[in-house]
Design a protein around this ligand. Structure first.
Ligand SMILES: Nc1ncnc2c1ncn2[C@@H]1O[C@H](COP(=O)(O)OP(=O)(O)OP(=O)(O)O)[C@@H](O)[C@H]1O
Ligand SMILES: [Mg+2]
Length: 141
């Protein structure tokens, strides 16, 4: 995974392509934490991961639903957005600990809302706005 980074991505479609490449390095039980400001491209990257895992339709941001599950992906993909959560207790109440036990890949937008809830070993991708495009770096939690 880390050999894909650091990288610069110039377009939304290239963001999806990067997500597809990332997906090839993932296995069940992996957690991907996508850290970046509003509009950084977290959902586009997740779209590519979903496509790489077998999803054919487009995905939508779970900003309002908090979590979207894609059982047709192999491994299963579960996509979270913590932006609208106010406390770690709310995250626990939607079943975070149960999700961690699932044989699935978990992708989290806005993990920096509750860094203490991101397990050690998670794949952290930091996305930063450039004048044109985005810079993306990798760090293992
Ligand atoms: N690498 C890129 N270069 C230029 N524009 C991009 C890139 N990636 C995404 N975008 C554009 O940025 C906008 C936001 O993308 P996206 O919804 O994926 O961001 P997000 O990080 O999920 O936002 P939010 O914080 O609201 O969830 C879209 O208009 C998308 O087309
Ligand atoms: Mg998003």
């Amino acid at each position: 995974m880390q050999q894909l980074f650091p990288t610069i991505v110039q377009s939304p479609s290239a963001m999806k392509s990067l997500g597809m490449k990332v997906s090839k390095h993932l296995q069940a039980g992996d957690i991907v934490a996508l850290i970046g400001d509003l509009g950084a491209g977290k959902t586009h990257l997740t779209q590519g991961i979903a496509e790489g895992l077998g999803r054919t339709d487009s995905i939508t941001s779970p900003t309002f639903s908090l979590v979207n599950e894609y059982p047709e992906c192999r491994p299963e993909l579960i996509h979270f957005d913590w932006y609208r959560l106010d406390t770690p207790e709310e995250l626990l109440s939607i079943g975070w600990e149960d999700y961690l036990e699932r044989d699935a890949i978990l992708v989290v937008e806005w993990p920096d809302r509750f860094p203490e809830m991101v397990p050690a070993g998670s794949h952290c991708l930091h996305i930063e706005h450039l004048e044109s495009g985005r810079s993306i770096t990798y760090q293992r939690a």
